[in-house]
Write a protein that binds this ligand. Structure first.
Ligand code: TAP
Length: 476
């Protein structure tokens, strides 16, 4: 029997969105020097949510100078246990204001409220809690008896997990005694700006965190600024490579968290219903806007027909639509530019001969939408098997032996994550040892924990975020 779902919209009134926001520099919201602004829209409705300042080079100068002052005069010399108290306070305030922040994230990003509420917000708070615990234990992190902060961190983040990525960057940097200038993505600046309000509420000393909104040029000016000691970037491989080139020879420390094209590998002895859920979570979570998404399904040939039939039945039950509805599984694509990229790659899949399938689902008239899609008959040479689509599109390939699965999985310039589904523990261990991926999940997918390191090989970048390993990037 099919159930009909009545609408269950979360209230928008839990968040006050200002009509315009300034830059957060030295503890205050200020106007940009050259006065430029951009508009951020709700991708589900195309409604303008707010006007946001664009930071130019003089604003970057001001923010870096404020971060330097704060690092040298307050945050660096502060007793580590005192720094921990601020991080604990921020974590608790994020929890207290999590409903407001979840709604704001859903509005600005397009992600389902269920995910913002149950994933982004709890993990954001967990990151601050986790690194708060490290602040006074740095000599025990295995990084030397007296590890020292690097100074000022320039941190640039993408639009897919805006608040969570801010937490991934800020929490370890601050715990290690650094100060930060953070640039959120152009299309999702709002939760970082509300986090700035939380930092004020926590009475974090001015200048310890500065938030500069703007587009790529702001990020470029920030990472190139001579006053920045360490650059942490999460985003596309293309921009990551250009940052790597621009930093060569400067002596700045750099970590890059870039794209991925993960294989989710299902053997014929896998728990099949669990695997179907894992595949769905792997590629349709957050509309597939996930660097470690399981965008390539490798299924053992003997299981392929049955698995695909069950997968298609499951996809037909996904609810696509209003991100603020608590029943929604798949929300809006974050921007028109991203929708164009997804459409172009899906068209390339068809042109190259793969078979396209989507469940019947009606998409809203306004906003940016893409139905959950899978491609069968995919060859390794197809663009949809090689390029990151960063959308709700699954490419299905088959294999016969574990060795062939490994060869297919590793046949990518990336190396961020992989999934294995089998009931055999020995096979899991053998596969994990042979897969070139920073994270390998077994009989699960897209599980995150602040205590667990995350990062890539090859064109997925270098350096680790999370866990004890995540501190290393911020200590000398
Ligand atoms: P990008 O275009 O690379 O943007 C990432 C951030 O860098 C944004 O804040 C962007 O600003 C800024 N930026 C753009 N050009 C820059 C430049 N020349 N110098 C410095 N900063 C610059 O990526 P995106 O479209 O936001 O995100 C999608 C990509 O990020 C995907 O490829 C995805 O795989 C990757 N990603 C990776 C991870 C991890 S952990 N590996 C996590 C999330 C996303 P604007 O927004 O204003 O352009």
């Amino acid at each position: 029997m099919d159930w009909d779902y009545a609408p269950a919209p979360e209230s928008r009134s839990v968040v006050d969105i200002a009509s315009s926001y300034g830059l957060f520099i030295d503890g205050s919201f200020v106007d940009p020097v050259d006065g430029d602004r951009l508009k951020t829209v709700n991708p589900a409705t195309e409604e303008v949510l707010a006007s946001v300042a664009v930071a130019g080079p003089s604003d970057v100068d001001r923010a870096v100078a404020a971060a330097r002052r704060a690092q040298e005069s307050v945050w660096g010399p502060m007793a580590p246990a005192e720094r921990a108290k601020y991080l604990f306070r921020i974590a608790r305030l994020v929890q207290e204001r999590s409903r407001e922040l979840a709604v704001l994230e859903s509005l600005d990003n397009g992600k389902p409220i269920r995910e913002a509420r149950d994933v982004d917000l709890p993990l954001t708070a967990a990151h601050f809690f986790y690194y708060a615990g490290w602040a006074d234990k740095l000599p025990y992190a295995g990084l030397g008896p007296e590890p020292k902060p690097l100074g000022v961190a320039g941190q640039v983040i993408p639009w897919n997990f805006p608040l969570l990525m801010a937490a991934w960057k800020l929490a370890p940097a601050l715990a290690a005694g650094n100060t930060s200038v953070l640039k959120p993505a152009e299309t999702t600046p709002l939760t970082a700006l509300h986090l700035a309000q939380i930092l004020q509420q926590a009475e974090l000393p001015p200048g310890v965190v500065n938030i500069l909104t703007g587009a790529g040029a702001t990020g470029q000016a920030l990472v190139a600024h001579p006053g920045v000691d360490k650059v942490a970037f999460t985003g596309s491989t293309e921009v990551g490579k250009s940052i790597l080139r621009s930093l060569a020879g400067t002596g700045k420390r750099l970590t890059l968290e870039l794209g991925g094209k993960a294989a989710n590998i299902v053997f014929d002895d896998a728990p099949i219903d669990q695997a179907v859920e894992g595949i769905v979570n792997g590629i349709f979570f957050n509309q597939g806007h996930v660097c470690c998404a399981g965008s390539r399904l490798l299924v053992q040939e003997s299981l392929a027909e049955e698995l695909l039939a069950r997968l298609k039945r499951r996809l037909a039950t996904l609810r696509v639509g209003d991100p603020l509805d608590k029943n929604t599984d798949v929300g809006a694509i974050n921007s028109l530019a991203q929708l164009d990229r997804i459409n172009a790659l899906a068209a390339a899949g068809e042109a190259e001969g793969a078979e396209r399938w989507s469940p019947a689902c009606s998409l809203p008239d306004r906003g940016y939408w893409f139905a959950p899609t899978l491609f069968t008959g995919v060859a390794q040479s197809h663009r949809i098997a090689r390029e990151e689509i960063f959308g709700p599109v699954l490419s299905v390939l088959t294999f016969r032996t574990p060795a062939e699965a490994v060869e297919l999985a590793n046949n990518t310039p990336y190396g961020l994550s992989a999934g294995i589904w089998t009931e055999k523990g020995s096979r899991i261990l053998w596969m994990a040892a042979h897969l070139r991926a920073g994270v390998v999940w077994a009989n699960t997918f897209n599980r995150f924990d602040p205590g667990s390191p995350f990062g890539g090989y090859q064109e997925s970048g270098f350096g680790r975020e999370g866990g004890r390993h995540g501190l290393e990037a911020y200590l000398a």
